[in-house]
Design a protein around this ligand. Structure first.
Ligand SMILES: [Cu+2]
Length: 291
């Protein structure tokens, strides 16, 4: 690349306004054009620096990717889970662009669909510090609308459900098993399909693993006005062996408090990724009293 082109590119990149360091590395997010523009193809570039300001280089991939990046609008109305590529020790990806050759980057086309504030949660794996998570906040040039989070509907059994199309639906439950020092919380997605002959709903068939796991999910709290203040969980489920019920588990030591949450589950079925959001009320139960 010529020196002139390079300096123009450097000029076009501006530093992120809000990012959150952890005690190991300082992150830097550069956005082509300086700030996010709805539906415009833009390159995001993430770099990480050590305390002495040297660029960190010892990355390892996990779940088959060098970086997992979740981008949500601040009102949690939009979600995408994408995978920047490692290039000269920075992680790069074009958002609002398509990667037809990369199945795992099919959600890059509509990362910033409209004006507003966006939260970026990036996860990397390092040789020295293990897996690390970094959060960023970016705004487009206009405020954008903020939609309230509406709890999903419940069926006659009191379980949340969502129709995916006229023949597929998901039933969602939160189960809690008290333990010593915390509570095992299972987020259970049961995927069902209508049997055309009998009319009733049965287990969905054709489940496949995606990125080495049965299913992937992201949990975010309604509470917290900033990316840093939100509760963020990235959970995985095994591929169901008997039925089509995915169980995303976490041991709650207090990070999940009473409130409204949104979870997005992503599973691969018959060659396609199904992304299913659910908005639910969470009421934590008390852990066991253990001596
Ligand atoms: Cu990922």
């Amino acid at each position: 690349m010529g020196v002139f082109v390079k300096s123009v590119l450097i000029f076009l990149f501006l530093f992120s306004k809000v990012s959150f360091s952890n005690s190991f590395l300082r992150p830097e997010l550069m956005i082509r054009d300086g700030s996010l523009v709805p539906l415009k193809k833009q390159k995001l570039q993430f770099s990480f620096y050590e305390k002495n300001d040297e660029k960190y280089t010892k990355f390892k991939s996990f779940h088959m990717k060098p970086m997992h990046l979740v981008v949500v609008k601040s009102d949690l109305s939009y979600f995408s889970h994408i995978h920047p590529y490692l290039n000269e020790n920075s992680f790069e990806i074009n958002i609002n662009d398509t990667y037809p050759e990369d199945f795992d980057n099919q959600f890059t086309a509509r990362v910033i669909p409209e004006h507003g504030t966006y939260f970026l949660f990036s996860e990397i794996n390092t040789e020295d510090f293990g897996a690390l998570e970094f959060r960023f906040e970016e705004k487009t040039s206009e405020m954008g609308r903020e939609l309230p989070l509406e709890e999903d509907l419940k069926n006659e059994n009191g379980d949340y459900f969502r129709e995916l199309d006229e023949n597929k639906r998901v039933v969602f439950q939160v189960q809690q098993i008290p333990g010593c020092g915390g509570v095992l919380v299972d987020f259970v997605f049961h995927f069902l399909e209508r049997n055309m002959n009998q009319g009733r709903y049965e287990d969905l068939s054709g489940l496949e693993p995606w990125m080495m796991m049965g299913g992937h999910s992201i949990v975010l709290s309604e509470a917290g006005r900033t990316a840093q203040a939100k509760t963020f969980l990235h959970l995985h489920a095994d591929l169901p062996s008997q039925n089509s019920q995915y169980r995303f588990s976490t041991f709650n030591r207090g990070s999940l408090s009473k409130g409204i949450y949104r979870i997005w589950s992503q599973v691969k079925v018959r060659g396609r990724i199904l992304t299913v959001p659910m908005t639910f009320k969470f009421n934590p139960v008390a852990p066991l009293e253990c001596s």
